[in-house]
Design a protein around this ligand. Structure first.
Ligand SMILES: [Zn+2]
Length: 90
């Protein structure tokens, strides 16, 4: 569970970047690429690695980067402030 620093929503974060589907497509691409042109293999491989490395955790609601874990003092403080300012939604 994470707290978004932008919209203060609490929930499981979303991960961006390549998923398994991208890798499956990549493998098919590689097989085709081997038959046609081997440089394609390099392109797909680099793309796949890049997407894996660049995967980030974002807020599931607003997409803000790096929601903070719910059990941190900062998250608790933010939630307490938010509850004091406005009625809790959801
Ligand atoms: Zn958010």
């Amino acid at each position: 569970m994470r707290v978004c620093t932008s919209c203060l929503s609490v929930g499981p974060p979303k991960k961006t970047g390549a998923g398994a589907v991208t890798w499956i497509v990549g493998v098919v691409f590689i097989l085709l690429g081997l038959a046609v042109a081997w440089p394609l293999l390099l392109v797909v491989l680099v793309l796949g690695i890049y997407q894996s490395v660049s995967r980030k955790i974002v807020c599931a609601k607003c997409g803000a980067k790096d929601p903070i874990p719910l059990d941190t003092p900062r998250a608790q403080q933010m939630l307490a402030q938010a509850q004091g300012q406005q009625p809790r939604v959801g």
